[in-house]
Ligand binder design. Structure first.
Ligand code: GLN
Length: 196
């Protein structure tokens, strides 16, 4: 079973840790850059992307995280985590610099104030039955680069994307009471490790 680190600076990290733990993964909460070397994948949880970006800088974790991801560390990012990974953030704070590791443009709170939070049944590639997408002040993917595969859409907009070992969702699978997406990610990780 892979070792999954969950970035535990801010946001919904406990729910992700519980989900991967329930699936039998070896889970560790990540608070220092030194820990990146000992994990197979990192979870970037939902929360507040501006605060998370600041904390990464405060704890000198930004460059080590970007380097580890560029070198092949797996990643399961949700919501604010997706914003952190993007190459372009629209409606972000002026000083909000994303990691730029996933070639997508995201609009923060892109589903508008009137529907700040909603649920929707999503068809996800690799899952046989619909998955409940929980959207909470979700970012909207407004552009997806050629290197990025779309695994699910809501209406016409991508809401789950993947580039190799890096997965990112605009919604919160850790709040759906359904472990299938975490499990799909784990399976993909272990398959790739077996056939690099
Ligand atoms: N709107 C939040 C942000 O910009 C993301 C919301 C979430 O992670 N649930 O960081």
């Amino acid at each position: 079973m892979p070792k999954i680190g969950v970035l535990a600076l801010q946001g919904a990290f406990r729910e992700h840790a519980e989900a991967f733990d329930a699936l039998g993964a070896d889970v560790v909460l990540i608070k220092h850059a030194e820990q990146f070397a000992s994990i197979d994948a990192i979870v970037l949880p939902g929360g507040e992307s501006t605060t998370q970006a600041k904390l990464l800088d405060t704890f000198a974790m930004r460059a080590p995280l970007a380097d580890a991801l560029a070198a092949g560390l797996g990643c399961f990012a949700t919501c604010a985590g997706l914003i952190l990974l993007a190459t372009e953030v629209l409606d972000g704070r002026a000083d909000q610099v994303p990691l730029g590791l996933l070639d997508v443009a995201v609009r923060r709170n892109g589903y508008g104030r009137q529907v700040m939070s909603f649920e929707s049944a999503l068809e996800i590639e690799g899952l046989h039955a619909p998955f409940t997408g929980v959207f909470i002040r979700a970012p909207r993917l407004v552009r997806v680069g050629d290197s990025v595969e779309v695994l699910a859409r809501h209406d016409t907009h991508p809401v789950l994307v993947r580039r190799g070992r890096i997965w990112a969702a605009g919604f919160h699978p850790e709040l759906a009471d359904d472990l299938r997406l975490h499990q799909l990610f784990l399976h993909a990780l272990t398959r790739e490790d077996a056939n690099p």
